[in-house]
Structures are given as structure tokens and as C-alpha cells.
Design a protein around this ligand. Sequence first.
Ligand code: PMP
Length: 283
Amino acid sequence: MKVWLDGQLVDKADAKLSMFDHGTLYGDGVFEGIRVYGGKIFECQAHMDRLFASASKIRLTIPYTQEQIVAAMAQTLVANGMADGYIRLVVTRGVGTLGLNPNRCPRGSVFVIAGQIELYPREMYERGMPVIIAKTRRTSPAMLDPSVKSLNYLNNIMAKIEATDAGVGEAIMLNDRGEVSEATGDNIFIVKDGAVLTPPVSAGILQGITRRVVMELCAAAAIPCREQTMTPADLFAADECFLTGTAAEVIPVTKIDHRDIAAGTVGPISQRLITAFHEFIRL
Ligand code: PMP
């Protein structure tokens, strides 16, 4: 495997970052997870925009232009002969001193890994996935803007640990007001009385690119879809539930905290959107 690191393709074994990089020392950096379908970088511009917005929000200067980063991704795909897979694009603050001060890091580092990702077993896409509601609350926007896709995922990891302890693959996180925000690495949707609902950005979520695509697919299929604040009670009373994310795509949720959602089977609107999503990525 070849990895792109600061302008060069290097072997995986030689792809090394300094331990003095503030990405390593403090999780100081931003990243994107991006899909490649049929040789095409899915929603490339949206990922570039989010990466540069995340970097700007943490006052990190990316030492390349968007065009250069897209070229780096293309080069990495070619070097690995990859037409379908997953790109991990990371920008760290770069090498600095041992203190927190980011101004001591003169230049950020960028790397691109082209690999594969499979988050959940195939059968869960057909039969649905059980999840829990985590006790760990999502970082509030007053602490760190959740729209920054930062390298510091400990908040989400603590909730993920709760999920694995409970024997399930994902956890839903609430915000500090007790409202539903998102899953540890995915956005959440419910279906109620024929309408598709998802928590608003103000619930403290990462603005998922898959979330936006699914909202557009709803519009195209004339399925009512809107942002709505929701509580755990709304989740338990939902007709259907599903999660969206770059790696997960669209995955149905049929159990929350050991309770069946409606009949505990994959609902018709989830099924329609899963099919529509598969058609869309093949375009
Ligand atoms: N929320 C969080 C916390 C995430 O890390 C992700 C990405 N894995 C998402 C939502 C989904 O975003 P996207 O659809 O852009 O992958």
C-alpha cells in the first residue's frame, strides 16, 4: 500500500508522522472520510469544503490548495489501483514544541490513505442494527463546535465503548439538553407518520454529507423530510430509524436500548432510501 504524505507517495511501512506533531500530542488537526465508488470520489467538493471549513474554525492553515489535495487523492488511488474504497484524508497541526501553543507549529502535515472500511456486518443492512443510547453526552457547541471534524474523537470513542460493552455496534448520543444529537460516527434519522426527521444542526451534530444526500433523495422522491428536535421518547415512538455516514452509508436501526422500534423490522421508507442511495452512488 502506498500512502501520500506531504507531497510524496511512500510505502505504508515508511508512512510515519513525528511524535512531536500536535496531531499526535493533542489530537490537534482535522480530517475527512471519503468514499470512492466506481473510480469517482463521492461528493468530493463537499468534503473539500468541510475540510477547509473545519481547518479554518480551528485556525489551522492547510499548506495545500483544494486542487492539490484532490490531485493527491487521485494520485493515491492510482498508486493503489483502487476504484472502490475509502479515503482517509488527515491534516495535522504539524511538528511543534511540547506546549499547547499551535503557533509553535510552523507547518501542518497532510496525509492520504486509500483503503477499505466495513463498519457493520452485511446482514445488519438487511435485518437492522441494535443500538443503545449512550450516557456520555455529545460535546456541546459551547465547548467545541461539533461541525469541526477534528482529530479528537475521545467524546465519541467513550460512547462507542458503551456500545461495545452493551454488545451493540453503535450508540446514540444526546446533547447537554438531553436531546438526540447523533451517533458516534453517523447521523440519525427517524420516520414518523410518513415524514423523515433528523435533529437540526443546533442539536450539536457534525453536518454529515451522507445526511445531506439523504435529505436530497427524500426531496427527489417526494418524501417529506425536515429537521426536528427530538428526545429519546421520540426515538422509542418512531415508526422507523436509520443512521447515515460515509462509511456506514444508510443502515437501518431496529432496536434501541433492547426495545424494538415499531415491529422491529426494516421499515418501507428506510428500505426505499437505502435503494435510492445505492442508485445514487452508481450514477
Ligand atoms: N457524525 C459524526 C460524529 C461523524 O464522525 C460522521 C462521519 N463519520 C458523521 C456524523 C457522518 O458524516 P458523513 O456523512 O459526512 O460521513
